[in-house]
Design a protein around this ligand. Sequence first.
Ligand SMILES: Nc1ncnc2c1ncn2[C@@H]1O[C@H](COP(=O)(O)OP(=O)(O)OP(=O)(O)O)[C@@H](O)[C@H]1O
Ligand SMILES: [Mg+2]
Length: 288
Amino acid sequence: MKLKFNHVDFYYGDKAPNLFEALNDIDCEIKEKSFTCIVGHTGCGKSTFIQQLNGLLIPTKGSVFAGDFVVSSNKKERTKKLRPLRQKVGIVFQFSEYQLFENSVEEDVAFGPTNFGVKKEDALKLAHENLLKVGIDESFFKKSPFELSGGERRRVAIAGIMAMQPEVIVLDEPTVGLDPRGVKEMMTLFKELHDNGTTIIVVTHDMNLVYGYATDVIVMDHGKIVYQGTPNELFDKSVDEYSLETPLMTHLIQELKQKGYKFDLQQIKSLDDIVDVIAKQKGGAKNE
Ligand SMILES: Nc1ncnc2c1ncn2[C@@H]1O[C@H](COP(=O)(O)OP(=O)(O)OP(=O)(O)O)[C@@H](O)[C@H]1O
Ligand SMILES: [Mg+2]
């Protein structure tokens, strides 16, 4: 599903002097089947931006196009029923672990599909399948969500969105507070979903994750998009311009370049890829 913002402004509050402009002239496209990361400093508008994607927030000016759906400031242009859009574009909120409310883990995950018309029995089947995918085993299915740890609850919330089988999954800071293994497992899960054709949009402050997983990146600042392109272009040239952290991989590559190694950045995603380059070029680099 193609996602397109057409000159979107968004204001919180309904009248002056309480108006706050959180998005300013957002005009961009998020490619179908991309793995897009959205970065930028606290308060720059990332969470506000993603909530326009399925009509949870409606632009104050301009329009968002999501496939055939139109979420526009102009009521006449807006798609009348936005509910089906929320099945196609699923959002896992920041602090999603606080948003579970059903009596049991399985019922919580089954809630979404049931709400969109799937029979209870099939919804429970979807719940079980997706809970297993996020690493929550059978012994948890009948527990109350409140008996789970924060990290486990966040997995349940993610399974709840996956169970609706959306075309686009948006995750707002999904790895915050997880241990390194949890981060790796979660990112691997998103990568698998992406490999299977789901468009993935992740809001994050972690540039190492952007380096390792994103195909595209959007940088926001004070409600505007200040950069959109590939992570390689961003990290190679412009991290300082946007005061972002340089990923460890970029540091390492820059050091090795100074020692004479040559890199095709498209091919380098992990430390193993760097080791391969060093092994292949060892003789050449030493001589320079
Ligand atoms: N309900 C609201 N009412 C008024 N202002 C709000 C509301 N929600 C957010 N804002 C303001 O809008 C701006 C953008 O907020 P948003 O939550 O989108 O930022 P963010 O980039 O997601 O930040 P973070 O990285 O801290 O999650 C902030 O300045 C915030 O104070
Ligand atoms: Mg936010």
